[in-house]
Structure formats: structure tokens, C-alpha cells
Design a protein around this ligand. Structure first.
Ligand SMILES: NC(=O)c1ccc[n+]([C@@H]2O[C@H](COP(=O)([O-])OP(=O)(O)OC[C@H]3O[C@@H](n4cnc5c(N)ncnc54)[C@H](OP(=O)(O)O)[C@@H]3O)[C@@H](O)[C@H]2O)c1
Length: 304
């Protein structure tokens, strides 16, 4: 099996570096190896590589920057996945693509189902929705996994921001009016690897395709997540974490208040689920500790 991985330097893509490669040859690409805003480059690259599975983790994922760069955002989040899907279809390969809770407007009060009406509030969500729709009309064998609130031990994310800010601040103001399920990229990468194994062992035409929600079990607010991070990271300073409302600012993307996704369809189809968000956080904090040698160094490393 040959896997083409995009976004290999990103939060999610970099998790695939540590996964078992004995069963597959993995062609890892970042933007330097394969520029996904260039349609012809994508087509040539995929035709040369001839993968049997394409895992597309690359994205324009900065929601606020997307408001000012909608053309770059749509090129990466809407055009590229469709071209990848068309090329996957040509090669009879499986495309695994990631989408987002941001395709919804957050007006529900119970977890979103895959069949719920989409209505993105921001450019990023609209571009990811366009990517989903383009993939669906490409006839490719494709699995679209909608994620939400992802973080890892590396990269720019909420966990690392809280650890970094706790070093300098006596009080952090964190939004308590958004609800979601913080999900580690490690858990998503492991689940993806499991899906690839299942695909490899199945009759290709029988393998389930379509949109599936995939997040950690449980729910919290950004405020609850911040408090839990600081309580589980014993050597981090513990500033006061004050609940606030989400700041409204014209230069920020609008965020849905309610971001919980129901993973019932995923569990019923594939027979497994991700662990609760607190367990995932514990595992990632161990990784942060290992990256920083000891808890005492957390916050002393400018990289955090
Ligand atoms: N972050 C979240 O909270 C969140 C939530 C829900 C869903 N998702 C989805 O989950 C997936 C993974 O997100 P992530 O947080 O891991 O993203 P990320 O850390 O921002 O990584 C995205 C990667 O995209 C690559 N990229 C940017 N421009 C490119 C180009 N022109 N050509 C090729 N590659 C390019 C970058 O590669 P280089 O570094 O090599 O330039 C970067 O490493 C995405 O589909 C995202 O939409 C994310």
C-alpha cells in the first residue's frame, strides 16, 4: 500500500510521522514538496506517486486570517480537495479528508448529526463546506471526517497558548460560552491509521464512505478546558482563569457557540470511538512534558 500524506508539517499531519510504517510506504508532503494551490502540480504529483490512499490533512486553518484571505483559503480548502478527489477517483484510490464543526452555525442545543443543515458563520467554514461538496460530486471513494477543537503537543493551538500565557499572567480571561469536545491530533491520527487498516483488509467497494463526525467523548467550554489544562500540568503556574463571553471583533471570524458533533454514525459504522477528552489531554500533557524534559521547563521553553 502506498499512502500520500499532505500537510505533514501541520498539527495533524505531523502525528503520522510516529505511526507504524511497516504496512505502508508513506509519501509525506508539506507545501514545499507539493503546493496544493496549484491544480496542475497536484495532478502531476498524484499521477506520478500513484497512491492507493490519500490522506489530506493540509488546510488553511487560521480562521481569523481566512476572513481577510478568502481566495487563498478557498484554494486550499475547496479547490485542492476536489482535485485530490478527482485524481483519487482516476486511480481508484481512497481519499481521507478532514473537515470541521465550523460548517454549522451552532444554533442547535444537542450534538450535530451528519445530516443536519450546514450554515457556516465564517469564511473558513464556508471553504471547508465547499471542499466537502466538491468531493461528494467527484464520485471519488472518500471518507470525510469532521473534527472540532483539535490540539497537539506541537504547533499553534489552545493548549500551548494556555501553557505559555500561564507563565506571564496572573489572570487569564477565557470564553465560557462556547461548547465543544477538545480532541487530540494523536487520537485522530490513530483512528485514521485504524481506518486505513480496515480499508486494506476489506473489499474496496464495500468500505463505507461519506461524511462522519469524529471527536473526543464528552464536552466542555474553552474556560473548562483551560482550567483542566492548568490543573493537570502540575508544574505550570496557576493563574486565575476567569470566565468571559466570546469577544466580538470585526477582524475576528464569528464562531459558533455550540460545536458538539454526534459521533454515533462513526461508532455504528466502524465499531470504535475516541476516548474522553480528559484522557486525551492527559496523554498530550505527558508528551509536552517529554518534549520539555521536565515539568519545571514548561513555560521556560520559548517554543511553547
Ligand atoms: N485546527 C483545528 O482546530 C481544526 C478543527 C477542525 C478541523 N480541522 C481540520 O483538520 C485538518 C488538520 O488541521 P491542522 O490543525 O493540523 O492544520 P495545520 O496545523 O494548520 O496544518 C496545515 C498544513 O497545511 C499545509 N499547507 C498550507 N498551505 C499549503 C499549500 N499551499 N500546499 C500544501 N500544503 C499547505 C501547511 O504545510 P507547511 O507547514 O509545509 O507549509 C500546514 O502544515 C484540516 O483539514 C483542518 O481544516 C482543524
Amino acid at each position: 500500500m502506498r499512502i500520500l500524506l499532505t500537510g505533514s508539517n501541520g498539527q495533524l499531519g505531523s502525528e503520522f510521522r510516529t505511526l507504524d510504517r511497516s504496512a505502508a510506504e508513506v509519501i509525506s508532503t508539506g507545501s514545499r514538496e507539493l503546493d496544493l494551490t496549484d491544480e496542475q502540480e497536484i495532478r502531476h504529483f498524484v499521477r506520478d506517486a500513484k497512491p492507493s490512499v490519500i490522506i489530506n490533512t493540509a488546510a488553511f486553518s487560521d480562521m481569523d486570517a481566512a476572513e481577510r484571505n478568502w481566495d487563498a483559503c478557498f484554494a486550499l480548502n475547496a479547490m485542492a480537495p476536489v482535485v485530490l478527489a478527482e485524481e483519487a477517483h482516476r486511480l481508484d484510490a481512497l481519499l481521507i479528508h478532514y473537515s470541521t464543526d465550523q460548517v454549522f452555525d451552532g444554533s442547535k442545543t444537542e450534538p450535530y448529526l451528519e445530516c443536519d443543515r450546514t450554515s457556516p458563520l465564517n469564511v473558513y467554514g464556508a471553504s471547508k463546506l465547499a471542499g466537502e461538496q466538491g468531493i461528494a460530486s467527484s464520485f471519488a471513494r472518500a471518507l470525510i471526517l469532521r473534527l472540532g477543537w483539535i490540539y497537539s503537543a506541537r504547533g499553534e493551538n489552545f493548549l500551548r497558548s494556555i501553557l505559555r500565557l500561564s507563565r506571564y499572567s496572573n489572570e487569564l480571561h477565557v470564553a465560557a460560552d462556547q461548547i465543544g469536545a477538545p480532541t487530540s491530533t494523536k487520537a485522530v491520527a490513530r483512528a485514521t491509521e485504524r481506518l486505513v487498516h480496515m480499508y486494506n483488509g476489506s473489499r474496496k467497494t464495500d468500505f463505507p464512505t461519506g461524511i462522519f463526525h469524529l471527536t473526543a467523548q464528552g464536552a466542555t467550554t474553552w474556560h473548562g478546558f483551560a482550567e483542566t489544562i492548568l490543573s493537570m500540568a502540575p508544574a505550570a503556574r496557576r493563574p486565575l482563569v476567569t470566565p468571559t463571553e466570546t469577544a466580538e471583533n470585526a477582524s475576528f471570524a464569528k464562531r459558533p457557540r455550540y460545536c458538539l458533533l454526534s459521533c454515533r454514525k462513526f461508532v455504528a459504522t466502524f465499531g470504535f470511538e475516541l476516548s474522553p477528552w480528559e484522557e486525551q489531554l492527559e496523554e498530550v500533557l505527558h508528551e509536552v512534558r517529554d518534549l520539555n524534559t521536565s515539568w519545571e521547563l514548561i513555560g521556560c521553553d520559548e517554543a511553547i
